[in-house]
Design a protein around this ligand. Structure first.
Ligand SMILES: [Zn+2]
Ligand SMILES: [Zn+2]
Length: 425
């Protein structure tokens, strides 16, 4: 038994922080919740005085790079980094080598994760074979092996006809379709957001319309198929407005935003730090503020990091040549608490929901609640602990973060998965 004592519990049902204890049974379930709980003999007591005890954080968009690119990250290092960031579950995207487009790769990934000490793994299969955008993947086989969604993330399925089929086919297995929305012709060779900043820096720009056009297309296709659509890393004002309208009209659409699109703009590219090169690119401040507004009014129900590790030497090249992506698992919570919650831009409850109940609902998996009988996936947070972000101590293999040196307030101090403390600071 594990007794978490004296913490401020965030309960999605009441949306309030209130003092309560949580008792976890030996089989890893929440056995009881309330004041002044006592465990039996041999109970391990976790003193959570002054700490927030919240439903385990879920990151539904990470790249763990295994199989194929384990010099960047692997399943074990990625799940350990997730736990260190306070995440109890993450979903791995399929752009590995080989691509996760069949049941055997899905099973391989779950087998690898079984030996890891960290967050739970969920696997996302691909929409198209080899991410080629030509032929659908073996979705039924992947669903049977435990895949919880499909996506060609990293690529956009440019054929509207294939996307139409994907929505119909994925719907038969109740898999949400997750789309990385960037028209590949409009975005071709772009390195950053098309704006006065890109003109000044002499970098080729990616217009906001490259995203908006595909968001519009996918909403139309999903609506027609009555399928579940989840839009990955939304980043523009117009796209957020389209999702808002679609939800109003009863379309089954959800959307996620990254910590970096909530906190940084294209101005961060000044200085050519390749850690700021990300897809979709960091947008204008008008777009960033629209993301915060959409998060606050629940148009955007999910925050996901799009953790995209690269080796140091891969990012130490000219901006134009650097690969897209930045890492987020170990910085998301401190950065968001500091820049959004402590600043007063987003209520704490809203942030926590977008990092737990929101992704659980978008994927249709358990999570986001601390209810008796559910698995004890719990994150313990010190909301006020001040520190400086120092990439050299990350458990991730990668260091490509634009947040190095940030002075932040608040972070996870313990991560509990199925009743087991998998990370403790
Ligand atoms: Zn993407
Ligand atoms: Zn991604």
């Amino acid at each position: 038994m594990l007794l978490i004592k004296g913490g401020e519990i965030f309960d999605a049902d009441s949306s309030l922080l209130k003092q309560s204890d949580i008792l976890v049974s030996d089989d890893g379930l929440i056995a009881d919740k309330g004041c002044n709980l006592e465990g039996g003999p041999g109970t391990e007591v976790f003193n959570a005085d002054g700490l927030a005890v919240v439903p385990g954080l879920i990151d539904m968009h990470v790249h763990l790079r295994e199989p194929g690119f384990i010099h960047k990250e692997d399943i074990h290092s990625g799940l350990a980094a997730a736990a260190a960031g306070g995440f109890t579950a993450v979903m791995a995207m399929p752009n590995t080598s080989p691509v996760c487009d069949n049941g055997a790769i899905v099973r391989y990934m779950y087998d690898k994760a079984a030996g890891a000490n960290g967050a739970r793994l969920m696997v996302c299969g691909s929409i198209s074979k080899g991410l080629q955008g030509k032929e659908l993947s073996l979705m039924g086989e992947m669903a049977q092996a435990g895949a919880v969604a499909v996506s060609d993330d990293g690529r956009t399925v440019m054929s509207a006809e294939l996307m139409r089929l994907a929505f119909q086919y994925a719907g038969r297995f109740d898999l949400p379709v997750i789309t990385h929305c960037l028209d590949e012709n409009l975005a071709a060779n772009g390195a950053m957001h098309l704006s006065p900043v890109s003109l000044r820096l002499g970098l080729r720009g990616i217009p906001g319309s490259a995203e908006d056009i595909i968001v519009a297309r996918d909403i139309l296709l999903a609506e027609e198929a009555n399928a579940r659509l989840h839009i990955a890393h939304i980043s523009t004002r117009r796209s957020a407005e389209m999702v808002r309208q679609a939800i109003r009209q009863g379309c089954r659409v959800t959307a996620e935003v990254t910590p970096h699109h909530l906190t940084l703009t294209d101005e961060a590219v000044e200085g050519y730090d390749t850690a700021t090169k990300v897809s979709p690119p960091l947008r204008s401040d008008i777009d960033r503020l629209a993301m915060i507004k959409a998060l606050n009014d629940s148009t955007i129900g999910v925050i996901a990091t799009d953790h995209a590790p690269h080796a140091v030497e891969e990012k130490m090249v000219e901006y134009d040549l650097a690969p897209f992506g930045l890492i987020g698992l170990e910085t998301a919570l401190p950065v968001l608490l500091t820049a959004l919650v402590h600043s007063g831009a987003v209520p704490l409850e809203r942030l926590l929901k977008a990092m737990s109940a929101g992704p659980a609902a978008a994927l249709g998996v358990t999570g986001g609640r601390l209810s008796v009988g559910l698995p004890a996936d719990i994150t313990v947070i010190d909301l006020n602990e001040e520190h400086i972000i120092e990439p050299s101590v990350f458990l991730s293999k990668a260091r490509n973060t634009p947040f190095a040196g940030w002075k932040v307030k608040g972070r996870a101090v313990a991560t509990i998965v199925g009743g087991k403390v998998v990370f403790r600071r």
